[in-house]
Structures are given as structure tokens and as C-alpha cells.
Design a protein around this ligand. Structure first.
Ligand SMILES: C[S@@+](CC[C@H](N)C(=O)[O-])C[C@H]1O[C@@H](n2cnc3c(N)ncnc32)[C@H](O)[C@@H]1O
Length: 246
């Protein structure tokens, strides 16, 4: 691990936006922001793992007050350096346990960030923490991949997803514990560096149970932010749970 900033310390924060440039494309960001503006419905939004503000900044631009919880000061420094970044409230801490003042119409976790919590207990705590911040009728939104176990033949535990003369990227799965990791070997000037980030993969039905434990119920599950149906061929989902009004 990098430092107290977790796995998104200075070295990752410095290149986060450019290395994930496709996630910053309007075609990716705008549908997510549209959904969140609708769910905020004039109220406040809480982003867990706000990062460099990929979603929070355009959401705030649309008039939604956004508060972020974030472990990495290095990521928040990048957010602060962007236009409008200084106006977004951020609390440094673990989003599984950190409380902030006030209540919210919507809380959300984008791009697999729920998987950064590497224990089931941590993920359940995150659902409880999100629910505790929501007003009655408020929603918790999670965007996350479907675990790619269908790409894993019996006896193998590695799913490669990028191989080139300068990069080899692969996920390692432990199907007994649901521990997984994303691994990169990068070759620059003939020198290889290896980095590994741990995750915990989690099934849609398991997330529904976590929501139930936190007193919420499923309102929508889509294949993506644009609202296509979630099917057995979906490789990711956007799920919305609601905190009951009574
Ligand atoms: C994949 S990035 C997503 C950043 C941003 N939400 C986006 O959509 O670009 C995950 C972010 O969550 C933060 N993070 C991971 N685990 C965390 C935790 N337990 N508490 C607070 N922040 C965490 C990381 O530091 C990182 O900024």
C-alpha cells in the first residue's frame, strides 16, 4: 500500500484522471449525473470515495450540493485543484464508518468503489453508514461490476484483460473468500514494475441482503446508468436501494 492515503496515494492520484480518461468522457459521466440529479430531487448528495471529483464536480455544476467522504488526501488535492473543487465539502475518513453532518437525498458509490472494502463486514458497515445518512425516501446507489467468474475455467484463478509489450494487466480471484486483486506489470525503459490492489468482489443478491440489513429495499437495478435492463449477460450494474419513508 502506498501510504495512509490507502491504495490511491500520490502515485495513483497523479495519473488517475489520464489513466482512466475513458471514464471522464461525457458519454459516461452525463448519464450518471442525470440519474443522481433526479434522485437528489432538490436535496443533497453524499459521494463515498469522491476521488478527484469525476462525478461530484459535474453534479455540483447541476446545482446539487455534494459532500464527499474520502480516504486519500492526494485524490482530494486533485479535486481541490479543479475549477469548483474548492466549493465541495469533503471529510477525510473511511466511508464505511465516517459520519458527516446533516442528511442526504442520495448517497452513491461509483465504479466498483464498494469493492475497495475488502471484507464483507466492511461492505455491510458501508450500507449501514449510507442508510444512516439518508432521509426517509432517500436512495443509495452503487455502480459495480458483476464478478467475472464465468471467464474463469475450473482450476484457474487469473483473468487477464490487457496484454501488450509494455503492460500486462490481470485480476486474481480467490473464489473461496471472494478476495480478488487487480494486478499490473508495466515495462518502462526495459524496467518492470508490479502493482497490486486488493478488492472484495460482491454479487448483486449479496448487495441486496446488505441493503436489507441496513433497512433499505431495492428500487431499481439496471445494466448501466442509462437504464437498460439488468440481465444474465450484464457485466456490471447500477443498483438503487431506497430507505423506507416509515
Ligand atoms: C475507483 S476510485 C473512484 C473515485 C471517484 N468516485 C470516481 O468515480 O472517479 C475509488 C476512490 O475511493 C477511495 N476509497 C477507497 N476506499 C475507501 C474507504 N474505505 N474510505 C474512503 N475512501 C475510500 C479511494 O481513495 C478513491 O479515491
Amino acid at each position: 500500500m502506498d501510504d495512509e492515503d490507502g491504495y490511491f496515494g500520490e502515485s495513483v492520484a497523479a495519473t488517475y484522471d489520464e489513466s482512466l480518461a475513458e471514464l471522464f468522457e461525457p458519454g459516461v459521466v452525463v448519464p450518471a449525473v442525470d440519474v443522481l440529479v433526479g434522485l437528489a430531487a432538490g436535496g443533497r448528495a453524499l459521494e463515498l470515495g469522491i476521488g478527484t471529483g469525476r462525478i461530484a464536480l459535474p453534479l455540483a455544476d447541476r446545482g446539487v450540493p455534494v459532500h464527499g467522504i474520502e480516504l486519500s488526501r492526494a485524490m482530494v488535492d486533485r479535486l481541490r485543484a479543479k475549477p469548483g473543487g474548492g466549493a465541495i465539502d469533503v471529510t477525510i475518513g473511511d466511508f464505511a464508518t465516517t459520519r458527516v453532518d446533516g442528511t442526504f437525498s442520495v448517497a452513491y458509490l461509483a465504479v466498483n468503489t464498494i469493492m475497495n472494502l475488502t471484507s464483507q463486514e466492511g461492505q455491510v458497515a458501508c450500507f449501514r453508514n449510507a442508510a444512516a445518512h439518508l432521509e426517509p425516501g432517500g436512495c443509495f446507489v452503487v455502480e459495480v461490476m458483476v464478478p467475472e467468474l464465468r471467464r474463469l475455467p475450473a482450476g484457474q484463478n487469473v483473468v487477464p484483460y490487457q496484454v501488450s509489450p509494455t503492460r500486462c494487466a490481470f485480476d486474481i480471484y480467490d473464489v473461496a473468500t471472494q478476495a480478488t486483486s487487480s494486478n499490473y506489470i508495466d515495462i518502462v525503459d526495459g524496467r518492470a514494475t508490479y502493482t497490486s490492489t486488493p478488492f472484495r468482489y460482491v454479487w448483486p443478491s449479496e448487495l441486496d441482503l446488505m441493503a436489507q440489513l441496513a433497512g433499505m429495499r431495492l428500487r431499481e437495478r439496471w445494466d448501466s446508468w442509462t437504464g437498460e435492463p439488468f440481465t444474465s449477460e450484464s457485466r456490471q450494474h447500477v443498483s438503487i436501494w431506497e430507505k423506507p419513508t416509515e
